[in-house]
Write a protein of this length. Structure first.
Ligand SMILES: *[C@@H]1O[C@H](CO)[C@@H](O)[C@H](O)[C@H]1NC(C)=O
Ligand SMILES: *[C@@H]1O[C@H](CO)[C@@H](O)[C@H](O)[C@H]1NC(C)=O
Ligand SMILES: *[C@@H]1O[C@H](CO)[C@@H](O)[C@H](O)[C@H]1NC(C)=O
Ligand SMILES: *[C@@H]1O[C@H](CO)[C@@H](O)[C@H](O)[C@H]1NC(C)=O
Length: 947
């Protein structure tokens, strides 16, 4: 693969040099021709003074980008920071970037002058004295992670209006805009992303426009110069209008395009309008290209008279698109649906330009042949693992898409769309893709070498090879393991995380993982055109016998702690269920023999060393209230905001109190997927964007409608209010309102607040800022001393809750941490605790150390509950992550409690002991990448659902 690339490179270079020869040869020929014909034709041929210039430009038109032929002769990187010491990483498991074979070799890595100088066995003795040595102790080491879809720095964190520079709204097609012009240097995202191993990102303009503008590749480390330009990798010469150095080949340019919903929404148009925006822009670019080619044909033929009075045809606004047509630009297109791929593939063939990658591309796996028919080459597909269904274009998303596309030989890339998904967790996206069947090497390549190839930068990044940039990540576990995080990240030979606090993980976590088989599910995704049935294969009230059960976690009735009943015994056991209730469980098979004995009607399930564990409980999202967040007709809609406008008296006026139970929708795809991943119960508040959240309901995610037995677990779980900076009304006004309602519970709304102030109904206060949380603790104290009753108050959000861990513990205020791995999305939680390796403790560990009851919300993508529902399915992994990050504070049982019993406690769920759902997993347990959910046992519903 590599040899091919090098020879191709040389081919292009030779061609380029040939171009140069032609140029000077042509000029001298024309000059001699001119003098030769001077006597007879002097009046007729006017050679312009800048002829050499023009011929130079004409000769350069055919040149395409490639690395310089002598690239690997470099002894120092162009990005080398003088003074950087050489670095030796000893005893590592080196994954070099090759996709074709599993190529992880034990060895050392020597970095100097910003370049990888040696891969393999390096003896320290041969090196100078100034070498910093890192002993990797066998840990995995990979090339730096490359994110081909990032809005880092153009949409900096925390999000502030003064720096939202990702989308221009001035036109639907603006190829002249450049992301480099908006790279903010004060984005919290730089160090946050580096903490996840990101070393290089393609910074794309947003997707509001059909043509959003030019993108740029940057490395994330701070430079001495502190300027955006100094962060770029091989910036094109067009950047500053300097002429290409004729001794060097061109460098790649990048362009963002977007199809589908976004340009339609922003420009109040349709897909037809967007397609025309593309065609008219490319039509314009083609005219210019043809004019240039005609002009140059005449110039190189010496027909100067025909060009008299004409200048070289060009247009600064369209030159970047002309370069697309000349094959010098990597076109990156945001495109979701089959119809959009079809439009864009047609466009690429009409105007004859290749597409480097389709991004998001939620339906790509349904149309592989269409993708392969794009002009020139098959585009790479850059996607999310599970982030989906937020809009209708993403409705047919499949978590099996990466493996399906890989099977089709289509290049697979995982990307973040940072800050949509934080690029810090990009490697974990590859981990999820691997869990759902993407082969190990392709998964590793999907965030390293494949993006490097797609960017046209695989001569210097994406691989651990001699001569490549010294961008390297040392991992705390196998990079595809659950919760994998860097121990150290090196960019241009410079260690970036200082000091680094890697999580201490067992040796076994560096091993290759055994993930479940999903062949049937992947096939169904395609067979059902993206909407495979998600219900159980079988639902029974009869006897189900689970055999080969390694662990059987049950809740202790007294302490409500989880304990593994099978922990102390050798060998797996059996668990027998009838009518959705466990009737026998033992590691001694003969004790359950009467049930196990052949009865044709009994269902037998072999868990192959799997587990039984309590079903998970989710809260903090709008699951059960919507199908597609951005399609209002598929959701319950948004509650009135009584602080912003009078609620119609017919709806209760000041007595208005919405109840989620009245708006529940059962059987949504997010609900069923969450159910299939062990989340059996949800607590959701009405969808709201401001102060009054209303009353949440607890319900079963496995039920098909509200009237089914056990579908609604609790009509009213808790009373929700949100305290957030939103301009008007002020936070202090929101707090005044809450205080008023608690101390003067009058009118129709009164009884609900009385339930809060007499300690019956939990009050869930959504807040992230430590200042607001402190105010809530204060308010709780005030009301308690007034009423003489202890209030049940829970914080939801809690981005800065670690600041008040001690105070929260003392005040018995629990926290629903949402997202469980906080990040500085908004100003009111900029004081987030990043967690390992960027800080010693995680927020969860800090809270638990202070005896705060913690439950986990999903790892969603914005502040709105409605943008979290897709992520509920990952709750099991979020809990496991909390354990892996801080095993000394969060053991496996308390990790499970974070997503089950703690949530029940904080939300006031009154589930009788023994009525909790159980989840059976095959191959491993729920909190791992080995287990796969096989069945849900529900005493409340009296059933066992088998998938
Ligand atoms: C390399 O690391 C492995 C795993 O920790 C260890 O067993 C081995 O002894 C180390 N080898 C050297 C040469 O340090
Ligand atoms: C213009 O950009 C090119 C490519 O980054 C760079 O090599 C050159 O030094 C720049 N010229 C000036 C005058 O800044
Ligand atoms: C239990 O499952 C393991 C793992 O799949 C398998 O190797 C073993 O044979 C099974 N044991 C029984 C008794 O079925
Ligand atoms: C709390 O207040 C509600 C509403 O006024 C009332 O129905 C309930 O009995 C009270 N409970 C207690 C424990 O005081």
């Amino acid at each position: 693969m590599d040899k091919q690339r090098v020879s191709k490179t040389r081919g292009v270079t030779v061609q380029f040099l040939a171009g140069l020869l032609t140029l000077s040869a042509l000029v001298s020929i024309f000059q001699s021709h001119a003098s030769f014909t001077a006597s007879e034709r002097v009046k007729h041929v006017q050679i312009p003074l800048n002829a050499e210039d023009i011929l130079g430009r004409c000769a350069a038109l055919g040149v395409t980008p490639s690395p310089p032929a002598n690239f690997y002769e470099r002894t120092q990187s162009d990005r080398f920071e003088p003074g950087t010491k050489p670095l030796l990483i000893r005893n590592a498991t080196l994954w070099t970037g090759r996709q074709d074979v599993l190529d992880a070799v034990a060895g050392d890595l020597y970095l100097d002058q910003g370049i990888i100088q040696a891969v393999g066995q390096v003896s320290v003795e041969t090196l100078g004295r100034d070498v910093t040595v890192i002993d990797a102790n066998g840990a995995w080491v990979t090339p730096g992670i490359i994110d081909v879809h990032s809005h880092l720095a153009v949409e900096p964190l925390p999000a502030l209006e003064g720096a939202m520079d990702g989308n221009s709204l001035r036109g639907i097609a603006q190829p002249w805009l450049r992301s480099i012009d908006a790279l903010n240097m004060h984005d919290e995202g730089y160090k946050h992303s580096i903490a996840g191993g990101i070393t290089t990102s393609l910074i794309l303009p947003g997707s509001a426009n059909a043509i959003g503008g030019q993108a740029f590749v940057m490395k994330l480390r701070t430079t001495k110069e502190r300027s955006p330009t100094s962060m770029l990798v091989e910036p094109p010469y067009s950047l500053n209008g300097s002429d290409a150095d004729p001794s060097l080949p061109l460098r790649w340019r990048y362009m963002k395009h977007a199809c589908g919903e976004n340009p339609s929404r922003v420009y109040a148009g349709t897909r037809m309008d967007t397609a025309w925006a593309f065609r008219s822009a490319y039509g314009r670019a083609r005219q210019i290209k043809v004019a240039q080619d005609d002009y140059c044909a005449k110039a190189t033929a010496g027909e100067w008279n025909a060009l008299s009075g004409q200048t070289f045809p060009e247009d600064l606004q369209w030159e970047a698109l002309v370069d697309v047509l000349r094959g010098r630009v990597k076109v990156n297109t945001h495109c979701y649906e089959a119809v959009d791929f079809d439009d864009f593939v047609r466009l690429s063939n009409e105007f004859k330009f290749p597409v480097a990658a389709f991004h998001h591309a939620h339906e790509a796996y349904l149309v592989p042949e269409l993708l392969k028919s794009a002009y020139g080459q098959t585009p790479a597909i850059a996607m999310f693992s599970t982030f989906s269904r937020y809009k209708r274009e993403a409705y047919r998303h499949s978590e099996y898409a990466p493996r399906i596309l890989a099977e089709q030989g289509i290049p697979v890339i995982m990307k973040s769309d940072h800050p949509a998904i934080q690029s810090r967790f990009l490697v974990n996206e590859a981990g999820y893709a691997h869990y759902y069947g993407l082969p190990e090497n392709i998964a590793l390549a999907s965030v390293t070498s494949t993006p490097a190839v797609t960017l046209g930068l695989d001569h210097r990044i994406g691989f651990l090879k001699e001569g490549y940039d010294a961008d390297v990540v040392i991992w705390d576990s196998h990079p595809l393991a659950l919760g994998a995080a860097p121990a150290q990240v090196i960019i241009d030979g410079i260690a970036q995380i200082k000091p680094s606090y890697p999580a201490v993980k067992p040796k076994s976590s560096q091993r290759v993982l055994h993930t479940p088989k999903w062949d049937k599910e992947a096939k169904a995704a395609v067979d059902y055109d993206g909407l495979p049935p998600l219900g159980p294969a079988q639902s029974t009230k009869g006897v189900v016998v689970f055999t080969n059960v390694s662990s059987n976690w049950v809740k202790d009735r007294e302490s409500s702690d989880l304990a593994d009943l099978f922990a102390s015994t050798e060998g797996p056991g059996a668990v027998v269920v009838r009518g959705g209730r466990v009737v026998c469980s033992s590691t001694l098979y003969d004790q359950c023999a009467p049930y196990i004995a052949a009865n044709a009607e009994n269902v037998h399930v072999d868990l192959r060393g799997g587990s039984l564990q309590p079903g998970l409980i989710t809260t903090g999202s709008s699951i059960g209230l919507q199908e597609i967040a951005m399609e209002m007709s598929t959701t319950d809609g948004v509650a009135f905001d009584p602080l912003a406008a009078d609620v119609p008296s017919i709806a209760g006026g000041v007595g208005y109190m919405p109840r989620a139970v009245d708006g529940l929708q059962f059987g949504s795809r997010d609900a069923m997927l969450a159910y299939r991943h062990g989340v059996t119960l949800a607590v959701s508040a009405p969808i709201h964007s401001s102060f009054l959240g209303g009353l949440s309901a607890a319900f079963s995610l496995g039920s098909m409608h509200k009237l089914e037995e056990g579908a609604v677990v609790q009509d009213i779980a808790a009373l929700h209010v949100k305290l957030a900076p939103q301009g008007a009304p002020s936070v202090s006004t929101q707090v005044a309102t809450l205080r008023h309602l608690l101390l003067n519970p009058v009118g129709e709304i009164g009884p609900y607040f009385q339930l809060v102030t007499n300690g019956t109904l939990p009050l869930v206060v959504e807040a992230d800022s430590a200042d607001i949380i402190a105010t809530v603790i204060q308010l709780k104290r005030d009301v308690e001393s007034e009423m003489g009753v202890l209030l049940r108050v829970t914080i939801s959000g809690g981005g800065e809750s670690h600041v008040l861990a001690k105070e929260l513990g003392e005040a018995s205020v629990g926290v629903i941490l949402k997202p469980p791995r906080p990040y500085p999305l908004q100003w009111d939680h900029r004081r987030y605790l990043p967690g390992p390796p960027a800080s010693a403790d995680s927020t969860i560990a800090t809270l638990l150390r202070h005896s705060v009851t913690v439950a986990l919300g999903p790892q969603g993508v914005t502040n709105e509950d409605s943008m979290y529902t897709w992520a509920v399915r990952n709750l099991r992994f979020d809990a496991a992550w909390a354990h892996l990050e801080a095993p000394d504070v969060v053991d496996k049982a308390s990790a499970a409690a974070l997503v089950s019993s703690n949530a029940a406690k904080l939300l006031g769920l009154n589930i009788p002991s023994g009525d909790e759902d159980l989840v059976a997993t095959v191959g491993g347990d729920l909190l791992s990448f080995e287990g796969k959910v096989m069945a849900v046992i529900s005493p409340r519903r009296g059933t066992v659902d088998i998938f």
